[in-house]
Design a protein around this ligand. Sequence first.
Ligand code: UDP
Length: 236
Amino acid sequence: MSRGEMLYEGKGKQVFATDDPDTLVLAFKDTATAFDGTKTSELAGKGRINNRINDHLMGRLADRGIPVHHLRRLSETESEVRRLDMLPVEAVVRNVVAGSLARRLGMAEGTVLDRPVFEFFYKSDELGDPLINRFHILAFGWATEAEVARMEELSFRVNDVLYALFEAGGMRLVDYKLEFGRFHDELVLGDEFTPDGCRLWDLETGEKLDKDRFRRDLGDVLEGYREIGRRLGVEL
Ligand code: UDP
């Protein structure tokens, strides 16, 4: 398996073709971005830590029968994944009020929800990833009804697995973003699961360990990421 041309470069990752049309290489970058890319910084070592945390969490999800694109970690910053045809939506699950939900509905950050909330966003940098619902997805043909139902089902199954996993490490999984794609006829979890795309608070103190440290200048960002890795038992 050799790394071919770069197909795409995003804010946090590069995507490379391989000699197998069904397989890609993801390379995790050290760049941190927030607020639609208006705030950026190079955090030396973030790509390596995220690659290891992602490998660990995707492995746990696969163990529990969730279809994931992740195949294996290849190097310090690279992983091999199935090539998916990505859907243009983001799926967010929330256990605790934070971020855009707090702003949109005027709710206090930290309010524990009686039951998890599921939201869809349309992936569009120009539009700032607007909130949408399943009717928009169906009306614009971004996914089928079965795919919408499957995204909801898999997103909540991820919550069951990861909420318990983080809780065992003394962390509260506040919210997270998932992306899905098609692998032949199957809907599969793509993208990544790292502290760049979720919120994790210390269960006792409420200390923020995730990317909010970067967004809000709350201290050493990578120390938070390393702490998450340590608590998960990830070799860093
Ligand atoms: N999120 C993400 N990428 C995005 C938008 C959100 O990874 O483009 C994650 C974010 O880190 C948080 C969750 O999704 O864990 C919910 O984010 P929210 O809607 O509260 O947006 P934000 O606070 O980033 O404005």
